[in-house]
Design a protein around this ligand. Structure first.
Ligand code: SF4
Length: 385
């Protein structure tokens, strides 16, 4: 038993210490089968456990009714648990956005938290299919990949935390499963998008991030084409990502935020290691699906990155890449302790129009849940709601 735990702990690499218990969430069907067969149980019971954790969203081993009661007791008695992280607090905004403090309970030396956000793009409370009342028809879940972040973007609240630790596979998948459960999402019927744009830089926790994605596709049943991962431009991560199979590869967003290396280097220190040209070169290696576009995110900082000449420069830069690109414009969200200005009224639309004149499609991302610190760059475990 002890040997198994060590072995399985290494499967959930770069995770926290746990106190005497081993989580099943984060293991794929083959690993669950291995747990069962190591105990002299039928391997196919592993698939039943996967179904219970990822599809039925069961929270306790004792509730996996497809397993014999004796086996449930045996696993629980040996210290196994499902280990899904808990939604410890909910902050609700008037636009329906919810920000969650997700608690990873048994981490040592203290309970760690990260954040996830639910953004319904609803239908105003019309009846859903089959007469069911719902106040949303499609929604987006923003997922964290690390506690804190080491990248240090100047405009970002998460950066102020520094990197506390990587999230494990189970903690990344578990956030999603917990939020799907909270909203009784029917995977396959409801339109749910995932964006890996919460706390952390997913490509600096690459193995756990990608294994979580595979579980979300294979076991939870979500489409990778409804997932987008955002990176600040970690070139080795983009190159690994380019080699992932299309069946499990999310779409890519580059958090660009400036039209040239000089400004980008000032607001994103990561640019000094991997300048824009190196990032673009790595992105080119991704075999895009038909009609797939690369998203470039651009936070408009008042008086820093939001001028018309920067829009033209950005348009020319993206045109020169030859990539099928679109730009998501985000007016900077204020936060305590970050010294930037929101763009002046009209500056955002003028920026979008200037990009359009350069032939680049740009969309304005509406700030969601700004008053609860759920908007982009605002995730910092802010407790006031
Ligand atoms: S914007 Fe993203 S990559 Fe940059 S510091 Fe914030 S969380 Fe990290």
């Amino acid at each position: 038993m002890a040997d198994d735990r060590v072995q399985l702990a290494s499967l959930n690499s770069a995770g926290p210490s746990t106190v005497g218990q081993q989580s099943l969430i984060g293991l794929d069907a083959a690993e669950l089968e291995a747990v069962l067969s190591a105990r002299g149980e039928a391997r196919w019971r592993g698939a039943q456990i996967a179904e219970a954790i990822y599809r039925q969203r069961v929270k306790e081993i004792t509730e996996i009714t497809t397993l014999p009661a004796a086996l449930r007791q045996k696993l629980a008695g040996e210290g196994w648990k499902i280990g899904r992280p808990a939604i410890a607090r909910v902050f609700q905004a008037s636009d329906g956005t919810e920000r969650y403090l997700i608690e990873f309970e048994d981490t040592f030396p203290k309970a760690e938290t990260a954040e996830a956000v639910w953004m319904p793009e609803g239908d105003g409370g019309e009846s859903g299919d089959e007469g069911e009342e719902r106040d949303w028809r499609r929604a987006t879940i923003c997922v964290s990949s690390q506690v804190g972040c080491a990248v240090g973007c100047q405009f970002c609240l998460t950066a102020q935390l520094g990197l506390q630790r990587n999230l494990t596979v189970g903690e990344i998948v578990g956030q999603v499963v917990a939020v799907l459960d909270r909203h009784s999402v029917e995977v396959g019927r409801d339109r749910v998008n995932l964006v890996f744009m919460g706390m952390g830089e997913p490509f600096l926790n690459y193995d756990n991030f990608m294994k979580a994605v595979r579980l979300l596709v294979v076991e939870v049943g979500l489409s990778p084409q409804r997932m987008t991962v955002s990176t600040s431009g970690i070139v080795p991560g983009i190159e690994r990502f380019a080699a992932e199979a299309a069946e499990v590869r999310p779409k890519l967003a580059i958090s660009l935020n400036a039209p040239n290396d000089q400004i980008r280097g000032e607001i994103m220190p990561v640019n000094r290691k991997w300048p824009i040209a190196a990032v673009i070169e790595a992105v080119r290696k991704i075999p895009l699906r038909p009609r797939e576009r690369v998203t470039f995110e651009y936070v408009l900082l008042g008086g820093v990155t939001d001028g018309p000449q920067q829009a033209r420069e950005l348009g020319r830069l993206l045109r020169r890449t030859g990539l099928p690109a679109k730009v998501n414009l985000i007016a900077w969200n204020p936060g305590p302790g970050v010294e930037f200005k929101t763009p002046a009224p009209g500056a955002v639309e003028a920026f979008r129009a200037a990009l359009a004149a350069e032939g680049i499609a740009a969309y304005l991302r509406q700030p969601r849940g700004r008053e609860i610190y759920a908007a982009c760059g605002q995730l910092k475990r802010t407790v006031e709601g």
